[in-house]
Each structure stands twice: as structure tokens, then as C-alpha cells.
Ligand binder design. Structure first.
Ligand code: ADP
Ligand code: ZN
Length: 755
């Protein structure tokens, strides 16, 4: 798929008569402009220009030059905005591929690659920080509830500061509390908070070389894997390695020593992680071993740091660590790209350009003749399949370091649990029994549930009414701590009703369970132990996550309860019990990857235990205890699962065999969206009939979440043997996919979200 000569390289400056310019719009088209004589010397590709464009003046990016005059009069470029290119030719090619593969505008792709802070050139050195006044923990109830009724957002900000005793940047406090600077100033006047202006410290102070840690001595398996990697590294086109190593098999040590080798050859490394804030242990291990490391916190701050971007550009950095967008870091001379936990969905971007970091990694590596290592204990079936076809070299680490055993996994049939006990309890008898034993031995417990909030349904026991979001056709979740109902799709908040909005009876019932409810239950059942809940509600403040994990590591907390936040990466030898509260949350999703995700989640969570000499045990609760994704995960049988799942997908031609593309139509008008989806589907079906195209059109149908944010949604799926036929087809209907009559269309090549 990713051959080098497939790409048209942007025209070099052979003749600079006309500039080719792209704009940040969802249209894959290049526009031509005259370059007035005064600007000619100043303009190269990758610079921004001001141009007249349909009666407006807009900013575009120069992507090349044309030397043959075009058969129409061209307008002049007004001015050149940069003195140096924001993006080099290599990355221009990457963005061109992005736009053609993922069907978005070239300009859109370029803007996705250059972080906003670099474009706007704000050098934000100063920042405002907020701290709670010393007496907020003691604030009496009346003062607080007074603020709560008058200014709920201010009260929220105070509650956050009370929960978190450190300093928070004002920007972040505003973001998570909804309280603007003006409100914060009022709190300052009342003496409730302290506002400080501070110079931003460098995020990653260089480590003293003398303090850098030594490499560990490899085990035989690690050494064998490393030798194979080394052999690849010496090849002119190293390609891709799939490192399939079970949890605790020592993959990270192999990454570290491979990085060392590559840096020793004066080449650079990109290390991608699913999410920066959830991978602190791995990042610390890298930073303890190397100097010149840049950790790009793009996810947390919304931007890269300008200075970091420059350091990378100026060759001062050896290793860039970051989430998916770091694959665009302006690093030169890359020798190695690592995707840790390559199966994670966070590598896929969910707005345009809807790229997958794995594809971009492989593309960049092809240009740079770099090696790609995809590492995982549960590789995506895409990567597993490509390795079995011989496209990637596969290296397997089937054993844990130090002959540690994988934990034994017990499946609890929750249907029996319901029959056995008068009242259904979320924590089964078996799990409770093991928890008691584990805690009594001074060991620690991790509990996993993939659902936050207190209860996912608010309903009336008398008339059956279910409370839904007023903007989305989706039940809202009750969040008890904040005493709100929250829509998990559009984030709309409301006050929970006292009585049924429909029949007015006061029979409001909270059904189902989320992490908040489990927390209450655990506190009631295990009053002598400390529990911490980790989900995006309790961990909103930057740094809270690290703080909680440190307390858990020190043994100050015995029970860690959390969402997918705790599923990966954690390495605590004293954790000897893991409980999966419900294996069914993902399994029941209407998505062809539901089984794969369930298998991955259980395997990853199970991998958090048995990491020390005391061994470990896992209890998985499910209403589908015989489902193969659960039984194979319990048996630690990845290959068994993969073969079974591939066996299901092959006859249906689902990925990794066929290629999927999803088109979603959205409109505030239900009739119009349905009409448009049907029109496009019929056109496609006719095209298929006429061309004998081996393309399958599924749908149109309403999406499983039929209305989000007041927009009705319909979708259709294209299933094809290869990308060419998808691209060709999409080109044929490009005009139909432009927004019209209030209906928007969104194209997602290789979709991961089916809702
Ligand atoms: P993975 O990334 O595959 O889950 P890790 O790299 O976290 O595995 O390794 C698991 C544990 O084994 C870690 O505590 C790590 O420090 C330790 N470890 C890894 N390699 C070695 C080695 N060669 N000698 C001793 N300990 C090792
Ligand atoms: Zn909503």
C-alpha cells in the first residue's frame, strides 16, 4: 500500500512562475496564484501566504510551483507570512498521502500536522496558576451551597481545588469547571483562591548524565529478539516488526536498548504511546535512561510547546515521546518509530483527517528508511494478519520475565449469581471472597469497570420512562458526586429530576452501575481499606493521575478502581488480584470489533497482576461466560482467539481482509438526512452494478446512536477488496458528499467508531 514512488513529489523550485496553494477546507484541490516580483525570492514550499479567494482574503499554504501557464487568469498572492517553511517537503508528501487516502483536503491535512501554537507563533511563556486558599477544606456547608446556587461553576472550581491540593493552571481549571477567568477573579476577591502569574518551567528538564540508569542484562528471549531487530536495522529498507510479547515479557527493555542503538548511530526515535497521561511508568523509564527526550503533551494542553517544536526542528532532541499526533513531529533523520500498545484505538483520530498513526508511522518510516516496531501483548488483528502474510516480521515473547506465571483467570457466571442470591449484587460472592483474602494478606486489588458515573439509566418505576438527553436520543448517566445527569455524548448537564417528568410519580430509580456506584459498594463492604477511583471524572486535574498511582505504589491505598485508564501499562508487584466487574460492556456494542476489544481489555487488565513473586489471580464477571472472547482471554490464548475471530471475519470480508469505509450523514432534519443517505446509497449501488465493481454497500440505516447534539444521523458502509476501489468510488460521488441542504457528509476510511 505504501510504496514510495506512488507519491507525486511537490514540484521543486524549477520555475517559480506560479504558486500552488492549498487552503484549510475539506476539498482536495490545489489553487494557482501569480507571484508578484517582490515576493518571488521570499517564497518556498511550506510557507503560508495571504491570497484572495472567492471575495475573501484567506491564508493558504504554498505546496509547490507550476511553470506552465494555465488557461485562465490567476490572481496575485498578497503577501508571504513566513520567513521559513513551517513544513518540509517530506512532510508535505505525507500530508498529500493523508488527504488522498483519508479523503480530506490537503490543506486540512497540513493544518493537522502543524500545531496551532506554531502557526500562531504565540510564545506563551507566562501562565496563570491557581491554588485554593488554605481554609477551603474547612469551608462550611452554607457558604458553599450559597455559592453553588448563585454561581454553580465557581462552586465547581472550588470543589476541584479542594479535591486537589496543588496548583492548577487557570486555563485548565476553567476548562474542567466551566468557570471563566472572571469568575475566578471573584473567588480571588473573596479570598477563597490565590492567583499567581508564573514563568512556565521547561516541561522536561535535562537529566544529569551521571544519573542515567544502566541497561538491564537481557534474558535469552530478549537477546534473541534484540538480535533479530538489529539485523533488520542494518538493512537499507528495514520495514516493520510486530513484537508480540505477553504482558510482563520485557518489551520495554527491548525498546530501550533498540533506541540506544539507533541513537548511537546518530539517528532519531519517535516513541508513540496510546495516551501520555496513562503511560507515566513507561515514560519515566525512558527518561531515566536517555537525555534529550521531548515528551509532547499535546493531548493535555491542546498544543505542543513552541520551544519543544523548535528544539526538535533544530536537532536538539533524540527521542520524541507522545500520543498519535507526535507521529508528525518535525524530527529529521528518523531511524526508529515505536508504537507501544499498537492495538489501541486512540491511535485513530476521530476528526478530519481521520488518520491512523500506525499507517503514518509506516509511511514516514518508508521515506526515512527507518524501522517500525509495533509492540503489543494483544496485537490488532490487522497487524497479526499482515505479519502472517509476511508483510511484517513477527517476533514473539511468550514468557514473562523471571518465569513469572500469567495469573489464573476465573470466570464468574453472573446469571447464576442472580439466581443464587435474593438481591443481585454487582460484586459476586467469589470476587468478594478473594478480595477479603487478598486484603488480609496486605496485598492489593485492582477492579476494572469500563463505565463511569453512578448509574447509566434513570427511569421511572411506575411508567417506565427513561430519562434521555434533550439533544441526543441517548439515556443520560447519573453522576452522584456532582449531583448531575450527564450525557456522555454531547456533555450536556442537568439537575436530576425529583419526580418522573412524564407521569409525575416520585418513583425515580437509578438502574445499572458505573464506577461511582461500585466505589460506594466497596466502601460499605470494606470499610477498613482505602480505595481510589480513577476515571475521567475523578482524574480531571492534571497530575492527579500520577499522584494517585504513587499513593497506590506506596501501599497507602489498597484498592484501585478504574476505567480503561488503569487497563494498561501499570506494573505493581503487590497487586495479586484483579476483578473485571463486567466483561459485557464492550461485548454488547454493535461493532464488528466488539469481540476483539473484549479480548484485548480482559487480557490487558489481567496483565496488571502476577507481576511479582506472589503471583496473581483474575476474576472476570460476565453474563456471557461462554463467549469465546472471554474464554480465550481466560486461557491466555491469543493465537486461538485470533484464528477463531479471523475465521468469522473472512467469509464476511471484514477487516483485515476487506477494507471498510463509513459515510455518516448528519442533519437537524430527520427526513432530509434519510433522503440524502438513500440517494447516495442508490447511486453507489448503481455504480457497482454498472462497473461490476466488487464493492459491497451496506445500508443506509440510522446509526446506533440515532441523534447526537440535535443532529439526526444515518450511515452506510462500503466494503471493498482494496483501497483503490474505495478511493475510486469515493471520487465518483465526491460532488454528492459536499454539504447541501443542511445535510453534512463525513467520510471515514478504516473506521473504528461505528456508533
Ligand atoms: P512489558 O513491557 O512486556 O509488559 P516490562 O518491560 O514492563 O514488560 O517488563 C516486566 C518487568 O520485568 C519490569 O519490572 C522490568 O523492569 C523487568 N525486566 C524486564 N527485562 C528484564 C531483565 N532483562 N532483567 C530483569 N528484569 C527485567
Ligand atoms: Zn446529549
Amino acid at each position: 500500500m505504501l510504496s514510495k514512488n506512488q507519491f507525486v513529489s511537490p514540484n521543486q523550485q524549477l520555475d517559480t512562475s506560479y504558486a500552488e496553494v492549498v487552503i484549510n477546507i475539506p476539498l482536495n484541490r490545489v489553487f494557482h496564484y501569480n507571484i508578484p516580483p517582490g515576493l518571488k525570492e521570499n517564497l518556498t514550499t511550506g510557507m503560508r501566504v495571504k491570497i484572495p479567494f472567492s471575495n475573501k482574503i484567506v491564508t493558504g499554504i504554498c505546496v509547490g510551483f507550476a511553470n506552465t501557464p494555465l488557461p485562465y487568469t490567476m490572481k496575485d498572492i498578497i503577501s508571504v507570512l513566513d520567513t521559513a517553511p513551517l513544513i518540509d517537503n517530506g512532510m508535505l508528501q505525507v500530508t498529500q498521502w493523508l488527504s488522498s487516502h483519508y479523503c480530506c483536503g490537503w490543506g486540512e491535512a497540513i493544518y493537522a500536522v502543524i500545531p496551532p501554537v506554531v502557526r500562531s507563533r504565540v510564545k506563551e511563556k507566562w501562565n496563570i496558576f491557581i491554588k485554593g486558599a488554605d481554609h477551603i477544606p474547612m469551608l462550611d456547608h452554607t457558604t458553599l451551597s450559597e455559592i453553588k446556587t448563585r454561581a454553580p461553576k465557581q462552586a465547581r472550581a472550588l470543589e476541584i481545588l479542594r479535591e486537589f491540593s496543588g496548583e492548577i493552571s487557570a486555563k485548565e481549571l476553567s476548562r474542567i469547571s466551566g468557570c471563566q477567568m472572571q469568575g475566578l477573579r471573584q473567588l480571588e476577591k473573596k479570598g477563597l483562591i490565590i492567583v499567581k502569574r508564573k514563568l512556565l518551567e521547561a516541561e522536561n528538564p535535562p537529566v544529569d548524565i551521571a544519573l542515567l540508569q544502566q541497561h538491564l542484562t537481557f534474558t535469552q528471549e530478549q537477546q534473541d529478539a534484540f538480535d533479530k531487530i538489529n539485523k533488520k536495522l542494518t538493512q537499507p529498507m528495514p520495514g516493520v516488526i510486530l513484537l508480540h510479547g505477553i504482558t510482563g515479557s520485557g518489551k520495554t527493555e527491548i525498546y530501550l536498548q533498540t533506541m540506544s542503538k539507533v541513537i548511537g548511530q546518530n539517528r532519531k526515535v519517535i516513541f508513540l504511546v496510546p495516551e501520555i497521561s496513562l503511560t507515566s511508568q513507561t515514560i519515566e523509564r525512558i527518561r531515566a535512561r536517555f537525555n534529550h527526550v521531548a515528551v509532547l503533551h499535546s493531548h493535555l494542553l491542546g498544543t505542543f510547546h513552541h520551544s519543544q517544536w523548535n528544539d526538535i526542528k533544530e536537532n536538539k532532541i533524540d527521542i520524541v515521546i507522545g500520543a498519535r499526533s507526535s507521529i508528525f513531529a518535525p524530527l529529521k533523520n528518523i531511524g526508529l518509530i515505536i508504537l507501544d500498545e499498537e492495538h489501541e484505538n486512540t491511535y485513530k483520530q476521530e476528526n478530519a483527517p481521520r488518520y491512523h498513526a500506525r499507517d503514518i508511522a509506516i509511511l514516514r518510516a518508508t521515506y526515512e528508511n527507518a524501522l517500525v516496531i509495533l509492540g503489543s501483548a494483544t496485537p490488532s488483528l490487522e497487524s497479526y494478519y499482515r505479519a502472517s502474510c509476511g508483510d511484517y516480521e513477527k517476533i514473539v515473547l511468550p514468557k514473562r520475565i523471571g518465569d513469572r506465571q500469567l495469573p489464573s483467570v476465573e470466570i464468574v457466571d453472573m446469571r447464576e449469581e442472580v439466581c443464587k442470591r435474593k438481591r443481585y449484587r454487582i460484586i459476586s460472592q467469589r470476587l468478594e471472597y478473594y478480595m477479603n483474602q487478598t486484603l488480609a494478606r496486605n496485598e492489593q486489588v485492582i477492579l476494572f469497570l469500563n463505565r463511569r458515573g453512578f448509574a447509566p439509566y434513570i427511569h421511572c418505576k411506575r411508567c417506565g420512562f427513561v430519562l434521555k438527553c434533550h439533544q441526543c436520543d441517548i439515556p443520560v448517566t447519573f453522576h452522584k458526586k456532582l449531583h448531575i445527569t450527564l450525557c456522555h455524548y454531547c456533555h450536556a448537564e442537568a439537575t436530576p429530576p425529583e419526580s418522573c417528568p412524564d407521569c409525575l410519580a416520585s418513583h425515580i430509580n437509578y438502574r445499572g452501575f458505573g464506577t461511582e456506584k461500585i466505589e460506594d459498594e466497596i466502601i460499605a463492604k470494606f470499610p477498613h481499606y482505602k480505595i481510589i477511583r480513577m476515571d475521567s471524572d475523578s482524574m480531571r486535574v492534571r497530575g492527579a493521575h500520577e499522584k494517585a498511582l504513587t499513593a497506590f505504589e506506596r501501599g497507602e491505598i489498597q484498592i484501585l478502581l478504574g476505567t480503561q485508564m488503569i487497563a494498561k501499562g501499570l506494573d505493581f508487584p503487590n497487586v495479586t488480584l484483579v476483578g473485571v466487574i463486567s466483561a459485557d460492556t464492550v461485548l454488547n456494542l454493535p461493532d464488528f470489533r466488539a469481540s476483539e476489544r473484549t479480548f484485548q481489555l480482559i487480557s490487558q487488565v489481567a496483565g496488571r497482576t502476577g507481576r511479582g513473586p506472589k503471583g496473581g489471580r483474575v476474576v472476570v464477571q460476565s453474563f456471557n461466560p461462554q463467549h469465546y472472547s472471554i474464554t480465550y482471554a481466560a486461557a491466555h490464548d491469543y493465537d486461538g482467539f485470533a484464528e477463531k475471530e479471523l475465521g468469522y471475519r473472512k467469509p464476511l470480508n471484514y477487516p483485515p481482509f476487506g477494507k471498510l469505509t463509513r459515510i455518516v450523514f448528519r442533519s437537524p432534519n430527520e427526513e432530509k438526512v434519510k433522503e440524502k443517505a438513500s440517494l447516495v446509497a442508490n447511486t453507489l449501488k448503481e455504480m457497482v452494478k454498472a462497473n461490476g465493481n466488487c464493492l459491497e454497500i451496506l445500508g443506509p440505516s440510522p446509526t446506533p446512536l440515532t441523534k447526537i447534539n440535535n443532529m439526526f444521523r444515518w450511515h452506510l458502509l462500503l466494503k471493498a477488496q482494496n483501497y483503490d476501489s474505495i478511493h475510486h468510488t469515493l471520487q465518483g460521488i465526491a460532488d454528492m458528499l459536499k454539504s447541501s441542504k443542511g445535510v453534512q457528509a463525513m467520510v471515514d476510511v478504516d473506521p473504528y467508531m461505528m456508533l
